[in-house]
Design a protein around this ligand. Structure first.
Ligand SMILES: Cc1ncc(COP(=O)(O)O)c(C=O)c1O
Length: 504
């Protein structure tokens, strides 16, 4: 009889007892939300194999759940929890309130748990989303990547083994040659450490070079994930003001005995300044004096428009104190999670050991595919194309901002990279969130500059509202439409009370 475990009047068998336990366990998992309404259960065959019981036993348990209305089945499909099942918890025995073990996070855990959660990406509904960091899927060299990945897959090695924590020899050699050709950076291939995006590189730097309480110099404003990553190591962060030429290196003397400095000298994030050679020398002289390491984040060095390429800081470093970080997140895709460090020779073994403990190594197939694209010239051809495309987007953005907003907006950081910062001269900084909220209501994704400043030194920033505007994922017509919407939002922004509430 369906739903009956052990017939009426019959002695329950061992099989009935097992089926009853399976029935109770699934019901409990439904009640606790492990299986939500609509979720598919394992097939009777798979569950029987997993539990080491006969399929008939599992079938008996499923049939009872079906008869009780907990499950539904369709011909040929796995049983699923009834989609309209409600209040399943009430059907179960109430669980006695158990005292929970206290949460005992490490110092690192507490610092990380206290970080603000990032804004969730909006999917689909926006007319124009100026979210920085996204690239256009249409720019990705899909065919070339697919070919390179397939070739890597078909090069069947005899064994599938773990690789070198610092990366495949082919990719390290290809990156070394690329960095010399494209950025004038000289290093040996064994100084290259392939990482899962430069974020992992920053995390490794923080953990290898800082102890809790050490001072770490950062830019103000600063790339938020760099600030959070170094802060998570327990470092005391020392924000140093940024102007149109990047970090004010004349302020470094006040940083005391810092153990490292994090900088973006080729294109300061977010304000876009390019650090002149005098400041670079001043920064390296400070590092030599104090023994601090310098992390050079060259996150978008491939994109420069009206200016000559600038050699990385690394090229001036004679004392081997610069750790250089690069990424394919701006050239290929942020979703690949491929980046690289060039580390001083004396630090190579520490980085190799830390990377091994972290994740053994970056996935090999993707490394092989990237090595092929770099070695056969596809990567640099792709970069030239991407630079051209992004140059067109940048031109569209600058023309729209100046055409539609005129002197209501001041745009900085336009010479390089994939974003600009737009300052809205008539909107006080206190109204940044309001501006962004009103824009979102009309389908426009805008992102504030304020969170990138150190909260304790907000005074260093202009008094007006500012936005970080990424353009690498937008078509020109979307950019134009977006700026048109922005102009309308600004026109309709109600005047605020108070002396700074000037209506634009
Ligand atoms: C300043 C800066 N550094 C690094 C990165 C890249 O990080 P990843 O290589 O981990 O994607 C970004 C990405 O937006 C960035 O803005």
């Amino acid at each position: 009889m369906v739903g009956q475990l052990g017939g009426v009047g019959q002695e329950p068998t061992e099989q009935d007892a097992v089926a009853r336990r399976i029935h109770a366990s699934i019901k409990d998992q439904i009640a606790r939300g492990v299986y939500v309404p609509g979720a598919r259960l394992p097939s009777t065959r798979a569950l029987a194999a997993e539990l080491g019981v006969s399929r008939t036993t599992v079938t008996a348990a499923y049939e009872r759940l079906l008869a009780e209305g907990y499950l539904e089945t369709r011909q040929g499909a796995r049983a699923q929890v009834a989609p309209n099942l409600q209040g399943a918890e009430q059907d179960c025995q109430p669980r006695p309130a158990m005292p929970r073990a206290p949460v005992r996070l490490s110092g690192y855990g507490q610092r990380v748990a206290g970080l603000p959660s990032p804004p969730q990406p909006s999917r689909g509904q926006l007319i124009a989303d100026f979210r920085y960091g996204d690239l256009s899927a249409g720019d990705f060299p899909t065919l070339a990547w697919k070919r390179a990945l397939n070739a890597a897959l078909l090069r069947r090695p005899d064994r599938l083994s773990y690789g070198d924590p610092c990366g495949t020899p082919e990719l390290r050699a290809a990156l070394q040659a690329y960095l010399w050709r494209a950025r004038g950076l000289r290093c040996k291939a064994d100084q290259v450490v392939v990482v899962n995006g430069s974020q992992q590189g920053l995390d490794l730097c923080g953990r290898l070079l800082l102890d809790p309480g050490d001072r770490a110099v950062i830019e103000d404003p600063c790339y938020q994930l760099a600030r959070q990553s170094l802060g998570a190591c327990g470092a005391t962060l020392v924000p140093v003001e940024v102007d149109r030429e990047g970090m004010r290196t004349d302020r470094l003397a006040a940083a005391g005995d810092a153990r490292l400095a994090y900088v973006t000298p080729s294109h300061q994030y977010p304000l876009g300044g390019v650090m002149p050679v005098g400041r670079r020398q001043e920064l390296l002289a400070w590092a030599r004096r104090t023994g601090a390491y310098v992390i050079e984040d060259d996150y978008d060095g491939e994109y420069r428009y009206d200016i000559a390429p600038i050699q990385p800081l690394h090229a001036l470093d004679t004392a081997e104190q610069v750790v250089y970080a690069g990424t394919v997140s701006k050239t290929l895709s942020p979703s690949l999670r491929l980046g690289y460090l060039v580390v001083p020779p004396a630090l190579c073994s520490a980085f190799a050991a830390a990377k091994r403990l972290n994740d053994r190594h970056t996935p090999s197939l993707e490394q092989e595919a990237l090595a092929t694209l770099i070695a056969d010239g596809t990567y640099e051809r792709h970069i030239r194309r991407a630079r051209r495309r992004n140059g067109q987007r940048r031109a569209a953005l600058l023309a729209s901002l100046s055409g539609k907003l005129g002197n209501r907006v001041s745009v900085v950081g336009t010479d390089a990279g994939l974003h600009v910062v737009a300052w809205f001269n008539d909107i006080p900084k206190q109204r940044e969130a309001e501006l962004i909220g009103k824009a979102r209501a009309v389908g426009l994704g805008l992102y504030p500059v304020s969170p990138l400043y150190d909260p304790a030194s907000l005074s260093a920033r202009p008094d007006c509202a500012g936005l970080v505007m990424g353009y690498a994922c937008l078509a020109e017509r979307e950019i134009e439409r977006g700026v048109q919407l922005l102009a309308a939002v600004l026109d309709n922004l109600p005047a605020a009370a108070g002396p700074q509430g000037t209506k634009t």
